[in-house]
Design a binder for this molecule. Sequence first.
Ligand SMILES: [Cu+2]
Length: 164
Amino acid sequence: MVAGRRIAIGLALCPVVGVLAACGGGPSVIGVRDPWARPAVAAPRDATPTSGGAAAAMLGGSNSVVYLTVVNTGDGKDTLLGISSDVAAAVQLHRTEITNNVASMREVSTVEIPAHGEVRFDPGSYHLVLANVRHTLAPGDTIDLTLTFKGAGAVQVHAEVRAQ
Ligand SMILES: [Cu+2]
């Protein structure tokens, strides 16, 4: 059976190329489109809870949010495993979900990127939270992020800070 043999060969190769490929029909090819970040104000070290104003206090005084689109032009799916940045003490992966017209948000640990597909991180869906920024992010600044994928490995992203 020709089809069966082809599948068997494909599976046998997986452990060999598994480091680079996601083992889902071929390697992923990951790119990031239009990354941008919201401005944020770094709280002074001795800040009191009210020193940043009501809006800042609500956000903990120093969070930014990053939006982008992850594009996979490869034949295999991939998985976003984590994000890091020197700008923030921690980067969280969130997803906004709307149920009965009420938006809620939860932290997720991974995001799957389909083969020949894309996943948009936008205000209605996934977003990255830069918690406790180390310095103030003003419009026009650029921040560096590292996205780590199961198949593609580390992908460097330069996101512009925008006021929108
Ligand atoms: Cu969130």
